[in-house]
Design a protein around this ligand. Structure first.
Ligand code: PNS
Length: 160
């Protein structure tokens, strides 16, 4: 079975990679797809986010990296996939994810969302936290792969 793992991935973190790795063991194919949302200001453009995801998942052979705009249910239908994977970090994620999962099923009754609990190690981690730390010159080496750290440094300091 193929599943879709959607998100902003701005940028990809070890938390996302944990979900991708675990999903890749359970499902035949995992389509990691980045929302291209021009109204939300992202740090990295979609092309760079695709590049970082491709680079950090290249050791897994059943992962496809893609991007989409518009409704997720339309993207799922176009790709003939009816299962969405999301990571759940903490109770605070639940309300938002609950709303999204039900909205998606309301829009398309074939859509089912499966949640994977993020490992304890990454339960506090988000792309926003990573950006905040890196912006103020903090160490993000335990939170993101080296190539992501490199690109964060380049973005915020342009000194490399
Ligand atoms: O990483 P994020 O920002 O939590 O990902 C959110 C995402 C991309 C999964 C969600 O915003 C989404 O699916 N957007 C597409 C628009 C859509 O389908 N909206 C209706 C469901 S609420």
């Amino acid at each position: 079975m193929a599943v879709i793992y959607p998100g902003s991935f701005d940028p990809v973190t070890y938390g996302h990679l944990d979900i991708i790795k675990r999903a890749s063991k359970k499902f035949d194919k995992v389509i990691v797809t980045i929302l291209n949302n021009p109204s939300k200001k992202a740090l990295f453009d979609v092309q760079k986010r695709v590049e970082l995801l491709e680079n950090t998942t290249k050791h897994l052979d059943n992962i496809v990296i893609d991007s989409f705009s518009g409704l997720l249910v339309d993207y799922a239908k176009k790709n003939d996939v009816s299962t969405i994977i999301k990571g759940l970090r903490a109770i605070s994620d639940f309300e938002y994810e609950f709303q999204m999962a039900h909205t998606n099923t309301m829009l398309d009754e074939n859509i089912e969302t499966i949640f994977l609990m993020t490992s304890n190690k990454y339960s506090f981690l988000s792309s926003s936290v990573v950006k905040e730390i890196s912006k103020f010159d903090g160490d993000v080496s335990k939170l993101v792969p080296e190539i992501v750290e490199y690109n964060l440094n380049k973005k915020f300091r342009g000194d490399i």
